[in-house]
Design a protein around this ligand. Structure first.
Ligand SMILES: Cc1ncc(COP(=O)(O)O)c(C=O)c1O
Length: 375
């Protein structure tokens, strides 16, 4: 295990910010609505097991993962909360899902029949929620057919269908479409008051549609990133800071070129720092010649192309910059901040991808966690 002194590129995850965000979001939903913390994709880059443990301690009601493998990792780490598989489950994964008490998302009778057969062979009953497609067009039974399909699935003795859900496709930017999706699911929700009903994700909650039902499924907002720029007043705090270090400093004269493709030519003598991170760590190559990193609380422009492991930075304006200085790619330093939204805009993507793209070779350090010793 490396100690802090020899780390070159790492992520710090702040448990205090996580708890703060949970409190803020809890206040936006009714008291009797439950909260699923979505921890799929390595808890949006924050580290699956440590983050899930913290959510369990904070008091979230259940967890959402993408697939059986993620669910099993959580069970093996001692997580006892209900765990939902938010993607479809392959037939060959169903036995493991049942054995680890994972709740499947079912879209169709054929899928449910396979699960029923596998669960009964194990002498068990599978847990499942039935998904209805109201416009997302990914999982779920198309809503006009949902009532009939649900009745067929409920006749299977090996499957216990305890929930009913849909997923919003455009809650962050299309209120009319979201409203139409809610109207498509509302009659089915009303007919099934004893089932656990859920639809809302982060944007649905932060934009205050009021479509809370029995459970909301929160990812991005819990990690402190507002899904929409207009949500800023919520006071969410970014949980993750992505850091690196300066490994080399040199003066570069006018007319010299920088990095692969020689896409940057130095206009007048510059002090440049080589920073120990790159696209191999999940920092997008699209940030080449476009984004900034923070050094000593100042924004420093990236010069030339981002390479696999190293980035070249203009630190001419940073007095006293030296080898070993901490660099922030995402998060705050001094009075400056680089937000996931800013990086997303520059890389032509969304904040969700900026976070989940942070690579496996970047160690996660947990600060202010109740359940995980600080490193
Ligand atoms: C089915 C489902 N519900 C909820 C979420 C959480 O979404 P968000 O991060 O916008 O809260 C996701 C994430 O992609 C999802 O796939």
């Amino acid at each position: 295990m490396q100690n802090m002194q020899n780390r070159r590129c790492w992520v710090e995850v702040d448990g205090r910010a996580l708890r703060h965000n949970y409190k803020i979001l809890r206040r936006l939903i009714p008291r009797n609505t439950r909260v699923m913390a979505v921890v799929k994709a390595n808890a949006y880059g924050h580290g699956l097991v440590a983050t899930a443990r913290e959510f369990q301690t904070i008091g979230t009601d259940c967890l959402g993962v993408a697939n059986t493998a993620e669910g099993i990792l959580l069970r093996e780490a001692g997580i006892t909360l209900p765990i939902f598989l938010l993607s479809a489950t392959l037939p060959e994964e169903m036995g493991d899902a049942v054995r680890h008490a994972l709740t499947l998302t079912l879209s169709s009778y054929p899928e449910a029949r396979t699960l029923d057969r596998i669960a009964r062979r194990l002498g068990d009953q599978a847990r499942a929620h039935f998904k209805v497609d109201t416009g997302m067009g990914r999982l779920g039974c198309w809503h006009p057919h949902a009532r009939k399909e649900l009745a067929r699935i409920r006749s299977l003795p090996g499957v216990s269908v305890t929930g009913l859900c849909t997923h919003f496709a455009s809650a962050d930017d299309d209120a009319d479409f979201t409203q139409a999706q809610w109207q498509a699911i509302a009659p089915l929700f009303a007919e099934n008051p004893t089932m656990e009903r859920h639809a809302a994700n982060s944007p649905a909650v932060t934009r205050r549609y009021g479509f809370h039902a029995d459970l909301v499924r929160l990812g991005l907002a819990l990690y402190g990133v507002a899904p929409n720029p207009t949500d800023r007043d919520l006071g969410l705090r970014p949980v993750l800071t992505w850091k690196s270090r300066v490994t080399l400093i040199h003066e570069v004269g006018r007319g010299r070129t920088v990095s692969y493709g020689a896409t940057y030519r130095v206009p007048s003598t510059q002090r440049q720092a080589v920073v120990s991170m790159g696209y191999g760590d999940g920092y997008f190559r699209l940030h080449s010649n476009a984004s900034h990193l923070l050094v000593r609380g100042l924004r420093c422009p990236i010069r030339g192309r981002v390479t696999m492991d190293q980035i070249i930075l203009d630190v001419t304006r940073v007095p006293g910059c030296r080898v070993g200085d901490e660099v922030v790619a995402l998060g705050s330093q001094g009075g400056e901040e680089i937000q996931a939204r800013e990086l997303a805009l520059q890389a032509q993507t969304i904040p969700w991808e900026i976070l989940t793209n942070i690579g496996a070779r970047v160690p996660r350090l947990y600060r202010n966690f109740k359940t995980h010793a600080a490193v």
